[in-house]
Design a protein around this ligand. Sequence first.
Ligand code: AMP
Length: 436
Amino acid sequence: MALKKESNSLDSEQEKFQNEDASLLELKNLENKKEIESQPLEVSKGNDNENGFLDFGFNQSILNSLRNKGYKNPTPIQKAAIPELMLGRDLLGQAQTGTGKTAAFALPLIEKLADNKELNAKVLVMTPTRELATQVAESFKSYSSESSNFKTVAIYGGTDYRNQISALKRKIDVVVGTPGRIMDHIRQGTFKIKDINCLVLDEADEMLNMGFLEDIEWIIDQLPENKQMVLFSATMPSEIRNIAKKYLNDPAEILIKSVKKETQLISQKYLYVQRHHKLDALKRILELNNEGVIIFVRTKLLTTSIAEALENSGHTVAVLNGDIPQNQRENTVDRLKKGFIDILVATDVAARGLDVERIKLVVNYDFPFDKETYTHRIGRTGRAGRSGEAILFVNQREKHFLRNLENSTRTKIEEINIPSNKIINKKKDGETYREC
Ligand code: AMP
């Protein structure tokens, strides 16, 4: 039964968390280790002449694209990782999304590729999901937007092979993709890997959770032996340390201890509500905040029924689930970013890696399956140093899981009530909403 599974899962999560702590201790004892207390990502508001990226020795095209993006100072992970990667070292990094880790590996790799004359790709980045693959590919594209003739291609499942095959035939610098589809292309001979001299494993723990270990090992075995390797993971369970030991060569190690601080930007709350009152509670919450909201539910069916109910209440809503074709999903995310959609009702897999700065509220309509899922869900808000709010719906039977979740994330989740008519009316009258 799903609930039983959840209980076991949360208990074992706690064990896993303790193991992670042990692994951190072990990592701290290794040589070359840089451990950094990081503040959540803050976009610098320094003066216009300031440029903290000058010291890395990047070429002018990269500096220009950083200027276009408005980046003035590197984040702690960028400060620590970029010099090591510029030297060509392997790197093992423990960092969450939201710390600026994508630019930390993308910028030095673009710099290295500045004069790539090969037809075949030189850098391969593997990510657990197509959403993250798209996002990482977009980052490479924007950081290289001023570099002439630089090409990044994303390849992932759920989309047609033909476009990917023709993209892989042209001159190409970086391939970003999910393990299954990368494997297919290598097997079919449509992805020529002989010139790959750098491999990045992004969100390695997620890839393992999704059962990609064998595929990843198969792919690594096909790649040229002499290559730079970068492994980023939010957590360091023993399987990840084993991969690092097996494949990384004397890596620089960076631990960004920002997990607590990042989630501190997100105010975490729970609401005690019985199953048959959930939709009403949701509608009331949306009366107070309906701009930039993600609602997480457990099934595809629920995404559509809730979206319909909210649409009938006058909200602009879209759904994101595994049945929605990839191009439509991308279109939905784009519309959410631009503010044409205010509310997204999503399943977990569909919303992984989603990076939309305007998300102010995450509603856990259905209780998350485990600690990692909860952390990923709430991490969709509080992006790029902004604050956000996360509300978790809890019923009588789930109260026990709530305590486990609080223990394993070491966070106190504050109880709130379903907003009353009085509070909703006050908000409608333009008064500031205060928690009841
Ligand atoms: P990531 O951790 O790679 O998912 O990045 C989180 C967000 O921070 C993304 O929206 C990036 O565009 C943004 N970002 C990364 N580095 C910087 C920087 N140095 N200055 C400002 N924003 C940044």
